[in-house]
Design a protein around this ligand. Sequence first.
Ligand code: SF4
Length: 311
Amino acid sequence: MVYKYLFGPVLSRRLGISLGLDLVPHKVCSLNCIYCEVGKTTLLTAERKEYVPVKHVIPELRDYLSQKPKLDYITFSGAGEPTLNSGIGEIISFLKTEFSEYKIALLTNGILFSSRRIRNEIIDVDLILPSLDAASEIVFQKINRPVEGVNVNDVIKGLVDLRKEFSGEIWLEIFLVPDINDTKQELTLLKSAVTRINPDKVQLNSLDRPGTEPWIESINREKIVQIAEFFKPLPVEIITQPKQKNKAENFNQNITEQILETIRRRPCTADDLEAILALNTIDLNRYLNILLEKGKIETIKQERGYFFRTT
Ligand code: SF4
């Protein structure tokens, strides 16, 4: 079976071996974050609908999971905001009924959690990883560039309510962009908002791939360590690259397509690709060279090295 909505499994920095599930096309989102690693939002919306039909997603999941792959999580993620798909509740319920041995993670911008109905739809997942990059309206608008009608106070209130109702773990991500949300004033507001939300973990992240806006830089290590100290005693951690390259099982036999599929979603270094696709350096380089020669991919230099992306 050719999978259209499943991707990976990938070796995720936060989730280990994770099977991705893409519930919206590239790139439907309620935010247009300046640092987004999957590109500019082309449909900025808060409208919910079956952007990807549930009746097509479920057979893919059934086919793939019936092979009993070793996974740490099945993760709603991909090229946009998964909670915008109005069928997400039905998919969660399918997974919990037919494949309850697998844990489900939801990567989300958290915008729609101001609605109780939407919180109820996703309440059965095991782990929620929402983002919150700002606590003042002005910085929220600058960094996340939301769809009209969304304000940061409602977002924070939605996360506070989610915490009260949801018994699984919440790992809240803060994406730091130098000179935008790393000022003393914004960090103080953020700390107060995070204290109210009371997540199980606060994860500090910064750019390690090319972002949507080319002028964005990664925060330096010293500064991010200081910010982590500032957030204490909250359970804060800095997200780092996985130390060990676990070998993820792959289901797609066509390696060229796997490489293209992976970097179409996010630019990756050769090291990333080796870890994600469980390829050795020699084989990977051979494929990358062919793709470069054919003009299907290109490289871009960033602080962490050369990244490959589709042309
Ligand atoms: S980072 Fe996430 S929330 Fe922000 S624009 Fe990209 S997909 Fe949407």
